[in-house]
Write a protein that binds this ligand. Structure first.
Ligand code: SAM
Length: 360
């Protein structure tokens, strides 16, 4: 109904985005800022139609194991950055990680995500051992890694050990903006190099950015969209920036939920088959953020599988949700929440459409 009120030019822009993905920078900016009544709903409606053509009503779950909050990096926005002396640091043992994986598999997860800070303890040997054992125990599960920047040889060894997917947000496609968010020793070029290495090795690759990160402008977001269009990742993780009180960005405003939802819809239209999570950050910024994300074009949810005794220590930002619930409770809660949106949680690896033939 709402689209009746849209101007012809706004509707045409969305139509062209869907057909070609080829908008000018100014047109991308128009889509991100259009204030016409009903525009955001129309965008979401079109994004849902595209996601339903690619993935039907299915929502895929990823069981997230946050296995270490020790990090050698000092990213200015991140609560577990090296310089934060007020974090109680932890790392799970191999046994604990494997046991989380077993619990996840029993609960119905078919993707296990190992995420952590860049903890030097987890050398290639240790990571290979964990990945190999997970692979042996759960041959029908996808193994996703999100352990930051490593050298190509290291990524290759982990892939050969059985990892399928890798999440490494590019954070921002603008070099200067990258430098404002990170300390001098971190390099935009190396991050981009890592993404290309992962792609060349054969991983399903995820990148992404925070929405509303400090100093971010509209043209940065347009650049991000151009980067996503060119790189064509299998997965894109975006969520609002949320300040953490022990960082230099403590007093910066949080990113906008509305802009995050708009971007989810635009990304779905740009990359119809993309695996797009409605992130925990979105659920933290808005109590119904994840449901809204699904209704804007997202098709993945990443419930937490970490042991409850460490949940409250993996705090990238303030007020993070679901830090107290058992994994079984998280999955039950998310299944009900997803059902209320008209979508349905399924027990599936949920591979990217381009890569499904490899894992029938
Ligand atoms: N160390 C790995 C890496 O660099 O990819 C994985 C963990 S890292 C903490 C995961 C993601 O959390 C980052 O890529 C960043 O986008 C997001 N993040 C960190 N701090 C955040 C904040 N304050 N608000 C929202 N998201 C944040």
């Amino acid at each position: 109904m709402e689209e009746m009120h849209l101007s012809r030019s706004a509707a045409e822009l969305v139509d062209r985005l869907e057909r070609t993905g080829d908008l000018s920078d100014g047109e991308f900016a128009d889509i991100l800022t259009c204030g016409e009544p009903g525009f955001v709903e129309y965008l979401a409606e079109r994004a849902r139609a595209v996601r339903e053509r690619a993935y039907g009503k299915e929502v895929y779950l990823r069981g997230l194991i946050e296995f270490t909050n020790i990090c050698r990096n000092d990213c200015k926005y991140c609560g577990i950055r090296r310089g934060n002396k007020h974090v109680e640091r932890y790392r799970l043992t191999e046994e604990e990680i494997l046991s989380c994986g077993d619990i996840g598999r029993k609960l119905g997860f078919r993707t296990i995500v190992l995420q952590g800070g860049e903890d030097p303890y987890f050398t290639d040997e240790r990571m290979v051992s964990i990945v190999r054992k997970l692979r042996e125990r759960h041959p029908d599960c996808a193994i996703t890694l999100s352990i930051g920047e490593r050298e190509k040889e290291s990524y290759q060894r982990l892939f050969d050990a059985g990892a399928d997917r890798y999440l490494l947000r590019h954070e921002t496609a603008d070099r200067e903006h990258y430098a404002m968010l990170h300390p001098k020793e971190m390099s935009f070029d190396h991050r981009m190099r890592c993404l290309r290495d992962l792609r060349e090795i054969g991983y399903q690759v995820g990148c992404g950015m925070m929405v509303g990160s400090p100093y971010q402008t509209l043209s940065h977001l347009v650049k991000d969209l151009r980067f996503l269009r060119e790189f064509r990742p299998e997965m894109v993780g975006i969520g609002p920036f949320i300040p953490h009180h022990e960082t230099e960005f403590a007093d910066q405003p949080a990113g906008s939920v509305e802009m995050t939802l708009r971007l989810l819809s635009v990304i779905r239209l740009l990359l119809p088959d993309v695996l797009l999570p409605a992130t925990t950050a979105l659920g933290t910024a808005d109590p119904f953020g994840r449901e809204k994300g699904l209704l804007a074009g997202a098709n993945v949810i990443m419930p937490n599988l970490s042991p409850t005794n460490v949940r409250g220590k993996y705090l990238l930002y303030d007020h993070k949700i679901c830090t107290g619930d058992e994994a079984a409770e998280c999955i039950r809660c998310m299944t009900l929440r997803v059902a209320k949106t008209g979508y349905q949680v399924v027990e599936s690896r949920g591979d990217h459409a381009r890569r499904r033939a490899e894992n029938p």
